[in-house]
Design a protein around this ligand. Structure first.
Ligand code: PA5
Length: 384
């Protein structure tokens, strides 16, 4: 199980206790949205049928192809980035390429590097209408049709909401393989749906264990709520307007970006919200940490470290680096919470990501905003 150390959060028990009514109310909202099924991310770790279907389709993909190109953006890509980086199986032979932006140079580079005869495209979009993703799909489909002709349909897997959007229209018209994103699961809360699960199964990640860890976080989310309360109070009463996510371990490199999207897009509303900043230890001890310690006192840091194996000198040094930075921050008036991962396996990562989704939803309820919508993001989409 992941463990939390709140001893350097610099909040008095009395301040936490004074918020107990609001905390109880926010927890009751979480319970209601979970039990009523109104908010779908809670149920994803328990979807056995999806697990089996992902396995069946992935088996065929792994057998037929060398490359899997995922086209998607925002909530439809960053969770996969984080988990594929952290859990990449050493014996995996399927190359995974994730393309978010319609940058012509990157797209051309991919098309030059791969053999489309041996390539599967998994296009992922909840709305089925996001311009970057649908344009990328058109581009890749043109190239694919040129190369494999009528057989192009066997190379495409579509992950999108049912009965809605351009992509679902394509599924129906061309009878493509389709994974559904449930209507009540929002983009940045969708990593445990087929959005993450299918491509992760394709590269050989043990998704059953991943969901087991996520389910553990659903069953016990006291620490998620406590951490949300701490972040809320530090922001509201102590001017901590920046939430730094500092991870120790190269496998966690993409986790910070996933957290940044979740925290910013869920909570940045109605003039409220904390700006997330992802960074890495120990590298950023030699750059950004100067600012954390001696710059404006506007930050709360979450440190994430991996418990070292006994006798693992490098792992022990990583842990000392993390502890030292937390201590130096504390002494400089920069509060922090430290999360320790027992190891870098599927269960632990499942628990870590689900804990942060719950923390985010809970904090949104404490703030009195809707953590699940993204009206400003939709505004930009309309201008394109
Ligand atoms: O979290 C969100 O809702 C967004 O980041 C979306 O995931 C992003 O805008 C992409 O949307 P879609 O999955 O509809 O293509």
């Amino acid at each position: 199980m992941i463990s939390f150390d709140f001893s350097k959060c610099s909040l008095k028990d009395s301040e936490m206790e004074a918020l107990s009514k609001e905390v109880a109310k926010a927890r009751a909202t979480l319970k209601k949205e979970r039990e009523s099924g109104a908010v779908g991310f809670w149920a994803l770790p328990f979807d056995e049928d999806l697990l089996i279907r992902c396995r069946n389709v992935a088996k065929d993909i792994r057998y037929r192809f060398q490359n899997l190109i995922v086209l998607g953006i925002g909530g439809s890509s960053v969770g996969l980035r984080a988990l594929s980086r952290a859990l990449w199986p050493s014996d995996n032979r399927l190359r995974l390429l994730i393309q978010e932006s319609p940058d012509p140079q990157s797209v051309e580079k991919i098309l030059k590097a791969i053999d489309l005869n041996r390539t599967c495209i998994n296009v992922i979009s909840k709305s089925g209408a996001t311009i970057e993703t649908t344009t990328l799909l058109d581009h890749f489909l043109t190239a694919l049709k040129d190369k494999v002709g009528e057989k192009w349909r066997d190379h495409v897997v579509v992950t999108t909401e049912q009965n809605k959007g351009k992509l679902f229209g394509l599924v129906e018209k061309e009878k493509l393989i389709h994974f559904e994103i449930p209507e009540n699961v929002d983009g940045r809360f969708s990593v445990f749906s087929a959005v993450g699960l299918f491509p992760l199964t394709c590269i050989g990640v043990n998704t059953q264990k991943l969901l087991k860890g996520a389910a553990r976080a659903v069953d016990n989310h006291d620490n998620a709520c406590r951490n949300g309360t701490i972040h809320y109070l530090l922001n509201k009463n102590h001017g901590k307007t920046i939430s730094v996510m500092m991870t120790y371990g190269d496998a966690l490199k993409e986790f910070g970006g996933w957290y940044a999207q979740l925290w910013a897009e869920s909570l940045g509303k109605e003039g409220k919200g904390q700006t997330p900043l992802a960074c890495q230890g120990p590298q950023d001890q030699h750059s950004l940490a100067q600012l954390f310690l001696d710059g404006p006192k506007d930050k709360v840091v979450t440190f994430i470290k991996v418990a070292p194996q006994r006798g693992d000198k490098l792992g022990e040094l990583m842990e000392r680096e993390c502890n030292a930075t937390a201590q130096a921050c504390f002494e400089s008036g920069c509060p922090s919470v430290t999360i320790t991962l027992p190891s870098l396996d599927e269960e632990t990562l499942g628990e870590l990501l689900m804990t942060h989704q719950i923390q985010t939803a809970f904090t949104g309820h404490l703030m009195g905003i809707n953590p699940y919508d993204q009206p400003a993001v939709e505004r930009i989409k309309k201008f394109i």
